[in-house]
Design a protein around this ligand. Structure first.
Ligand code: GDP
Ligand code: IMO
Ligand code: MG
Length: 434
């Protein structure tokens, strides 16, 4: 089963993946890097994951990082260390594809310097997480990436690193006018990190094939969201990988016929971190306003960067596109409880663009920026839905809202999340079919 974000990320993928692992034997990340931030809450205890799959909190679940992920080795070992310090034993059940490209310190320098340079040149920032993710994917596609497998061969590592740093340092010094990254300390640090990382490396695609032969259930955990996808998102205000369900196959090393179900994670409203168009956005700083309510009650602040997330109404015209691209089998609507107490709820069902009415999110970011949203209004509910576990317990208005979201976005709802904890979950149709 593939679990993907249907909006601009932070839909609650981590919570849902952790919940589903009760019935799965493995969780696989297939794209992105430590730009992701997935928060799990188990018995009131919070754990924030970035690079490690959300199967981490169940001792009997295997975790895989597929070839489509870019890995910062420094961050990887720090995150494993943090989890181990909290009593989570991981190394024996974590396998990482040796084909993963590395995120190097020079990628971080390039990411930060480019953002600053865009600003100086009046282009405006993309609003990246500053983790070096974009430059690392550039090197992958340019066929000059240093990969995890190179850590096993010190001479080859030195040659490739020297070549790559030469290129990065040219750009850093001559074009971006910032300090270069030195070869020797970078190389020595990679050699140190190679030791604990080497036993974790594997042929992940082959491992997953064997899991399938044993009849195991695997979850493919997306990072970011469909509207941040480098091809299908609001380009250039996107991340640098394919976040859509189709990439689960290529990014993990399995075939598309191995995927039986696509679960789209849809927040009951919309949020976005970083720049880019957002038609149903509301201002968040006015106390008493709906935007302020979503921001504060939803605690909409980035896990990775601590930035305030932009907030707005649900956009079913954007969801329609996401559900089409992902061939979503069912949706899980998360954070329904955040809408509790709002007298009225609005759904963006389409837009007016240059004198025409349209009912699906356009492709061009400049067109999206000119879209005037069309809203449908529905009554809210006064009761609290926080922590509810059965569909029948939901207020009539909440059920009507969810049914309307399913209808407008073109995909049935299989689950509803009513709180951050594992337990706060309603199942309509179990995605695993039981
Ligand atoms: P992800 O990146 O898609 O995994 O989402 P994040 O973890 O970045 O952001 C979702 C936030 O909402 C986290 O802090 C979760 O603990 C929290 N959360 C998830 N589901 C629910 C829910 O149904 N209700 C509430 N109130 N919070 C939720
Ligand atoms: P999860 O997995 C929300 C956004 C950044 C920026 C754009 C590009 O927690 O949903 P990048 O550093 O990737 O080059 O930044 O993508 N972004 C996310 N927004 N959730 C995420 O991950 C994100 N990962 C990247 O804010 O707009
Ligand atoms: Mg997140």
């Amino acid at each position: 089963m593939v679990v993907v974000g249907n909006q601009w990320g932070d839909e609650g993928k981590g919570k849902v993946v952790d919940w589903l692992t009760e019935q799965a034997q493995g969780v696989v990340r297939f794209q992105g890097g430590h730009n992701a931030g997935h928060t799990l809450v188990i018995g009131g205890q919070k754990t924030a994951l970035q690079l490690i799959p959300s199967g981490a909190m169940r001792a009997d679940v295997a975790c895989y990082i597929g070839n489509g992920v870019v890995v910062d080795p420094e961050h990887l070992m720090a995150e494993i260390g943090r989890l181990e310090a909290a009593g989570v034993e991981l190394r024996a059940r974590l396998r990482i594809s040796e084909a993963c490209p590395l995120v190097l310190p020079s990628h971080v320098a390039l990411d930060l310097a480019r953002e600053a340079s865009r600003e100086t040149r009046g282009l405006g920032r993309i609003g990246t997480t500053g983790k070096g993710i974009g430059p690392a994917y550039e090197d992958k596609v340019a066929r000059r990436a240093v990969r995890l497998q190179d850590l096993k061969h010190p001479r080859r590592l030195a040659d490739k690193l020297r070549e790559t740093l030469d290129w990065h340092n040219f750009a850093l010094r001559e074009y971006l006018h910032v300090a270069p990254v030195e070869f020797e300390p970078t190389y020595q640090r990679l050699l140190q990190l190679a030791e604990p990382i080497a036993p974790l490396l594997a042929d992940v695609g082959h491992c997953l094939q064997r899991c399938r032969e044993r009849g195991e259930r695997l979850l493919f955990e997306g990072a970011q969201g469909t509207l941040l996808d480098v091809d299908h998102g609001t380009y250039p205000y996107v991340t640098s990988s394919n976040c859509v369900a189709g990439n689960a196959a290529a990014g993990a090393g399995i075939g598309p016929r191995a995927i039986d179900y696509v679960l789209g994670i849809t927040k009951a409203y919309t949020t976005r971190v970083g720049s880019g168009p957002f038609p149903s956005e509301l201002p968040i700083d006015q106390p008493g306003s709906v935007g302020h309510h979503l921001h504060t009650v939803g605690q909409e602040r980035g896990t990775v960067t601590g930035r305030a997330r932009r907030c707005g109404w649900i956009d079913t015209a954007a969801l329609k596109r996401a559900n089409l691209i992902n061939s979503t089998s069912g949706q899980c609507i998360t954070k329904l409880d955040v809408l509790d107490g709002l007298p009225e709820i609005l759904l963006c069902t389409g837009y007016r663009l240059d004198g025409r009415d349209i009912d699906i999110l356009p492709l061009d970011a400049d067109d999206i920026a000119r879209c005037q949203p069309h809203y449908e209004r529905m009554p809210g509910w006064k009761e609290t839905t926080a922590g509810l576990t059965r569909w029948e317990q939901l207020p009539r208005e909440a059920r009507a809202y969810l049914e309307r979201v399913a209808e407008l976005s073109g995909t049935p709802i299989s689950m509803v999340s009513t709180g951050p904890d594992r337990e706060h979950t309603i199942v309509l149709q179990h995605p695993f079919g039981d």
